[in-house]
Design a protein around this ligand. Structure first.
Ligand code: ATP
Ligand code: MG
Ligand code: MG
Ligand code: MG
Length: 563
């Protein structure tokens, strides 16, 4: 590949609205360009990186025995009504109408579609177990798209779905996928942790999230230094018996606020409210209630519909809330249905966070904190640590709290979808049984951003080698001036390629300063300079992106170094 014939568009400017390093660098390196909120074009350069991630994911899925298919991104309403999710999914579901005024959604996930496929194509236990996967565009109307492709509205996901005759089979497939995820993130050279995750509103028996560790992460995870134990902080808290208690008297009072001030509600909940509190979510045994506030006032008119164990209320959907308030989608901040709201807040943490959605109430397990990026270092979340140590005091290790970026999620779904959609297969005895299902997601496009969060410096991106758009850049000083220099660069280019390396030839004719700055910004792991001077001395100048000085190496040494 010749850079003169490739479209590279870098920029020195730091985009004003980009809050985190990966977002800034992806824009500066010209990997992505924003079209509208949460919608991005992947440039030719960006796409090379995205495809590399995709390739690793695909290889490991296939190695784990999953088979690829491709489902439509537009999905009919009727299917979603079978599982009740047309209403329940909330504001993230983008609903669209065709010319006949039939309703569809743009798929945020594909449990319904895959179950529809499975019920049409799978009839016997002999066809199980089977795991299907696809790598495909999803759309979620995120209430607060941000950080570029990290939390976009349209994004690329690998989603896989397993079908098994029984629970033991489902657990085995789950483990196979879990192991594949470990291989994927290891191959991509990311520092990550698999954490136990709350199964949330979906229910089901087991779930793990894979988090890339980064200070900019939106999740808080607790892990032990002594063992492999790690949990999403929300889960550590959920394990407390209090979390499962019946609604308390206090709770009932919160359910019927009449123009209560923030302070009233704070007193009821027993938490100091930060100035910026806008929403309080109270979670009971089987669901939770959202109390919304605008300014100082609790908005009591919100219809919170019925949930067992919570009197006459259920969580209002984002859509209901937004409709009711007639507000901008950003009003609520990142309050999402059930699962997303579950990071557990401690009183003090609640007071420190920039956006609080809940706190502890006696007898209640509560929703949580959207981690403000100014949240102080782990020490100041000592109480969260205590919570986790309640949970895990016995392994002799220390519990650390870190922030993570959720890049993958595996889930034992059980029979919920198959049951709702009437999907059965015949077992060995010829009896119709409902198969057990698992689902497994990876944020392919999010991984690109997450990798940059972990790998960058002042000069730009430092790609983990398996993700780099090219492994080697051959930079030509003053191309088309001296035929010997051009010929030497071409020859080296050919030689490196036949050694199996992915090489780009920078023949754009930029001055060395700007040329090297570009190559560093876009994060190419190895740089080789071909110049008249080097040629005269019989050497090439080599430099690794990860640091170290540049060295003048003869051809043989260079090939060994890169090989
Ligand atoms: P989050 O908690 O970050 O909102 P999620 O739990 O809603 O993610 P899943 O339903 O588990 O997401 O989807 C599988 C994967 O898709 C996630 O682990 C994440 O890597 C990725 N993903 C989810 N939402 C987005 C988004 N808005 N932009 C980019 N990637 C996303
Ligand atoms: Mg999540
Ligand atoms: Mg989400
Ligand atoms: Mg998830």
């Amino acid at each position: 590949m010749r850079l003169s014939q490739f479209h590279l568009h870098t920029s020195k400017e730091t985009p004003a609205d980009a809050e985190i390093a990966s977002h800034r660098l992806m824009l500066r390196a010209g990997l992505i360009r924003k079209l509208a909120a949460g919608l991005y074009t992947w440039s030719p350069l960006g796409l090379r990186v995205l495809r590399r991630v995709e390739a690793v994911v695909r290889e490991e899925m296939e190695r784990a025995g999953a088979v690829e298919l491709l489902m439509p991104s537009v999905q009919p309403r009727e299917l979603w009504e079978e599982t009740g999710r047309w209403e329940k999914f909330g504001g993230q579901l983008l609903k669209i109408q065709d010319r006949k005024e039939s309703w569809y959604c743009y798929g945020p996930t594909h449990e319904e579609v895959i179950t529809d496929f499975a019920r049409a194509e799978l009839a016997s236990y002999r066809q199980l177990p089977v795991t299907f996967f696809q790598i495909q565009t999803k759309f979620r109307d995120e209430i607060r798209p941000r950080f570029g492709v990290m939390r976009a509205r349209e994004f690329l996901m690998k989603d896989a779905y397993s079908f098994d005759i029984d629970d033991a089979g489902m657990a085995a497939q789950y483990q196979r996928m879990y192991d594949a995820y470990v291989r994927i993130f290891t191959r991509l050279q990311l520092e990550f942790r698999a954490v136990e995750a709350d199964t949330g509103a979906i229910g089901g028996s087991a779930s793990h999230e894979f988090h890339v560790l980064a200070d900019s992460g939106e999740d808080a995870i607790a892990f032990s230094t002594a063992t492999d134990y790690a949990a999403n902080v929300e889960l550590a808290q959920a394990a407390e018996p209090a979390a499962r208690a019946a609604p308390s008297e206090d709770m009932r009072r919160v359910e019927t606020p009449t123009q209560k001030t923030c302070d009233d509600v704070a007193a009821l909940l027993g938490i100091p409210l930060a100035r910026t509190v806008r929403t309080v979510a109270v979670m009971g045994a089987e669901g939770f209630t959202v109390v919304l506030m605008r300014g100082d006032h609790a908005l009591n008119e919100i219809k919170l519909a019925k949930l067992p164990g919570l009197g006459d209320y259920r969580m209002a959907t984002e859509a209901e809330i937004a409709d009711h308030l007639g507000s901008e989608p950003g009003f609520l901040g990142p309050v999402a249905p059930a699962r997303a709201i579950r990071v557990v807040a401690d009183r003090e943490v609640a007071a420190m966070a920039d956006f609080v959605v809940g706190a502890n109430v006696p007898g209640f397990h509560l929703a949580g904190v959207n981690w403000g990026r100014d949240l102080p270092e782990p020490d100041s979340v000592a109480d969260l640590r205590n919570v986790a140590e309640g949970d895990r005091a016995t392994d002799g290790g220390e519990i650390r709290i870190a922030r993570g970026i959720e890049v993958g999620h595996v889930f034992q779904l059980g029979r919920r979808y198959a049951e709702a959609m009437g999907f059965t297969v015949l077992d060995e005895q010829g009896k119709a049984v409902v198969p057990a299902m698992g689902c497994y997601g990876i944020g392919v496009s999010r991984i690109v951003a997450a990798a940059i969060e972990q790998n960058h410096d002042e000069a730009g991106i430092i790609w983990p080698e398996p993700m780099a758009p090219w492994q080697v850049a051959v930079c030509v000083i003053n191309p088309k001036q001296n035929p010997d220099v051009d010929e030497a660069a071409e020859a080296l280019h050919r030689e490196l390629r036949s050694a199996g390396l992915d090489v780009v030839l920078d023949d754009r004719g930029l001055r060395p300063g700007p040329m090297f700055a570009d190559i560093e910004l876009i994060g190419i792991p190895h740089r080789v300079v071909v110049s008249e001077r080097g040629l005269a001395a019989g050497t090439f100048e080599y430099r690794a992106r990860r640091g170290g000085d540049s060295e003048n190496l003869d051809r043989g040494t260079l090939m060994t170094r890169l090989g």
